[in-house]
Structures are given as C-alpha cells and as structure tokens.
Design a protein around this ligand. Structure first.
Ligand SMILES: Nc1ncnc2c1ncn2[C@@H]1O[C@H](COP(=O)(O)OP(=O)(O)OP(=O)(O)O)[C@@H](O)[C@H]1O
Ligand SMILES: [Mg+2]
Length: 226
C-alpha cells in the first residue's frame, strides 16, 4: 500500500451525469482511483467511455455530480469556481483534445497566457515561452497565429502552453491524436522529460499503443474502471 503522503490524486465513488432537458447521460458511474505523486498514468477506453469527462473532473473544469476528488490534499469538488480557477492555473496543465488556442494571439502570446492569468508574468516570461516552443519544435513560428499553422503544430503549441506554469499535474487528452508517428515520438519524449522532473502525468487515449508508453494503464468502460 502506498503511504498516504505519496498520493496526489484521490478519487472516491466519482459520478458524473450530464442532463440536457429530459435526457440524462451517466458519463462516469462510480470511479475509485488513486494516483501517486510523480506517477505516469495512461487511461484508455472507447469513444464515449468517459475519458475526457474524468480529466475534466480532475482539473475542476466541470461540476462533480457525486463523490469526492482530492488533489494534493484539496477537495476540488468542494471549491468554489473562483478558487478553482486560481488553483487550476497554478497547479494544473491541461492539453485539450480540441487545443483551445486563442485565435487572435501569436503562438508566443498563447503560451504566455497562463503566466499572465496567474500573475506570473515577468521579464523572463518571454524567454521561457520561447524555450517551451523551441522544445516542441516551433521556434521558427512563434509570431504566427494558430490559423497559420497546421493542426499538429497547434497541438504542440497546446502542449507548450500546458507547461507554462510548471504544473504539478499535467493532464493530456489525446495529445497525439493529430500527429504523425515521428512527431508523436517527439511529444512522448517531452512527456518523459516532464515526468522525470517529478510532474504527475495522466494521458488519455483510445489508442492502446500510446497509453502503453506510460508506466501504469487503466481502462474505462462505460464510465467505470474495468
Ligand atoms: N457536455 C456534455 N453534455 C452531455 N453529454 C456529454 C457532455 N460531454 C460528454 N457527454 C457524454 O458523456 C459520455 C462520455 O463522454 P466523454 O467525452 O467523456 O468520452 P470520451 O471517452 O472522452 O470519448 P472520445 O474518445 O470520443 O473523446 C458520452 O456519452 C458523451 O456523449
Ligand atoms: Mg474525449
């Protein structure tokens, strides 16, 4: 058994039901999961299994229907929205399935945005953002806007942005979904470096071979861990 102090994320009987009018979708149906500090976890499952929903819950991006989530000793399910937004900005890096870059901002400004949001902008921010973009192979494009680069390049900007505030936990939703094999390798090498620095990392994918690059893998089936 892991020592309690080794646990970063503790999830107990987590349920999420989406309601649209009279239609209810039980996206998560009772998840129990502990993730240790520094762990590198893969979550696999078919489309609709609840993978994105689970990541959103851990990041506090959506309301929990039932159950508990603690991250680093803080109850995310009990936090108000303002506190959660600040907490998320400081502690969590999130690579969205749909990137969610700001279309009017340069790549450099997109990566600096989380620093600004957390009041961390300083004279080194520019250099740091450029360094992150160099790491993902985009140093020659930093002044372009997202519509001027490819989908795979946008995905790499999203990765750089997620690392902007040195997050305690990095959550990645299909981070290589739009990348060719060679670029996927580059991204996984970056994730390895991030994990080696002690960051806890969770990658979601419907692709088994991708999640196998992690150190532990769980499978979601219809909103439950199988
Ligand atoms: N905002 C929402 N409103 C209503 N239903 C939703 C919403 N988001 C997700 N769902 C439903 O919840 C279930 C789980 O969705 P989720 O996006 O977590 O799946 P996923 O495993 O990430 O799938 P994919 O591999 O296609 O990304 C699905 O049935 C989906 O239709
Ligand atoms: Mg998804």
């Amino acid at each position: 058994m892991a020592n309690d102090s080794d646990i970063l994320i503790e999830i107990r009987n987590l349920k999420k039901t989406y309601r649209e009018g009279s239609v209810e979708t039980e996206a998560l149906r009772g998840i129990d999961l502990s993730v240790k500090k520094g762990e590198y976890l893969g979550v696999v499952g078919k489309s609709g299994a609840g993978k994105t929903t689970l990541l959103n819950m851990i990041a506090g991006l959506d309301k929990v229907t039932e159950g508990e989530i603690s991250v680093d000793g803080e109850r995310i399910d009990k936090m108000n929205e303002v506190k959660k937004a600040i907490w998320r900005g400081q502690k969590v890096g999130f690579i969205f399935q749909s990137f969610q870059l700001l279309p009017g901002l340069s790549l450099l400004d997109n990566v600096m945005l989380p620093m600004d949001f957390c009041g961390k902008l300083n004279r080194h921010s520019h250099e740091k953002a450029a360094e992150l973009l160099r790491m993902v192979g985009l140093i020659d494009h930093i002044h372009k806007i997202p519509s001027e680069i490819s989908g795979g390049q946008q995905q790499r900007v999203a990765i750089a942005r997620a690392l902007a505030n040195d997050p305690m936990v990095l959550l990645a939703d299909e981070p290589t979904g739009r990348l060719d094999t060679a670029t996927s390798e580059v991204v996984f090498d970056i994730f390895e470096q991030v994990v080696e620095k002690g960051t806890t990392m969770i990658i979601v994918s419907h692709d088994h071979s991708l999640a196998e690059r992690t150190r532990r893998m769980i499978r979601l089936v219809d909103g439950k861990i199988s």
